[in-house]
Ligand binder design. Structure first.
Ligand code: HEM
Ligand code: HEM
Length: 185
């Protein structure tokens, strides 16, 4: 009699790799765009042309983030690499989880901010306007604006930590167990 044994694959499946890089590019682009559009002076005509672009891209990231979570839940992917110290393994696991959660929550706070803003132009998506479900309120808007800013820059900080970790292991352990860049390509 033979026993089927689940062996963790050496690389992430194609769908997870594709979604990872698409999400990475869009998230980093959105942070740069969000920062740029908010520092432009109100008199600059480009400023308010950028807002709908940011909102549409943000809603797209939300959809991709939810799809990525579903695909992740149904996939078999490599486990933690051997050779990490206990604190490195914990930090990497917590960072991945925080990145997954924030990529869903940040767009929701953006939507909530737009939806509660009294003079909002709405949230455009695929040639239509999404329904604005929250009551209009200055106080609500201020809370969601603050949350959106703080959580978006927290996401940036964690993404930088994540990239530094990947590059550190590439440089110090090239081709070794902890050089995980290969398995996400
Ligand atoms: C992962 C998705 C998103 C990221 C990473 C992101 C990131 C950012 C960042 C970094 C800023 C600049 C904050 C500041 O410096 O004050 C910003 C501003 C803004 N975002 Fe997002 N955003 C996302 C999704 C969304 C969505 C889905 C919406 C609306 C539907 C949205 C609406 C806005 C608006 C209206 C502002 C300008 C706020 C202001 O004028 O103070 N964002 N975003
Ligand atoms: C552009 C720079 C980036 C690089 C070089 C990079 C690299 C990597 C590598 C090598 C892995 C595999 C780690 C392992 O197997 O232990 C990984 C996983 C992961 N990355 Fe990135 N990444 C980048 C940006 C991002 C961004 C911006 C996000 C989030 C928005 C992100 C979210 C994740 C998550 C959640 C995982 C864990 C895989 C999973 O469990 O779904 N990455 N990344």
């Amino acid at each position: 009699m033979t026993f089927a044994r689940e062996v963790a694959p050496r690389r992430y499946p194609f769908a997870m790799v594709g979604l990872h890089w698409l999400r990475a590019v869009l998230v980093l682009g959105l942070i740069a765009l969000g920062w740029w559009m908010t520092v432009l002076p109100d008199a600059d005509p480009i400023k308010f042309a950028l807002y709908p672009v940011h909102k549409q891209m943000g809603v797209t990231v939300f959809i991709i983030a939810v799809i990525a979570l579903i695909v992740r839940g149904r996939s078999t992917y490599p486990g933690e690499p051997r050779g990490l110290s206990r604190w490195e393994a914990t930090l990497s696991r917590m960072t991945h989880r925080a990145l997954l959660v924030l990529t869903v929550i940040v767009p929701l706070t953006g939507y909530a901010m737009s939806s509660s803003y009294i003079d909002s132009d709405g949230v455009p998506f695929l040639f239509m306007a999404l329904p604005e479900l929250l009551p209009k309120s200055n106080a609500g808007f201020a809370v969601f604006q603050w949350l959106h800013r703080v959580l978006a820059y927290t996401l940036l900080g964690l993404a930088l930590l994540h990239v530094i970790g990947a590059l550190k292991h590439r440089l110090s352990d090239r081709g070794g167990e902890t050089d995980v860049l290969e398995r996400m390509t």
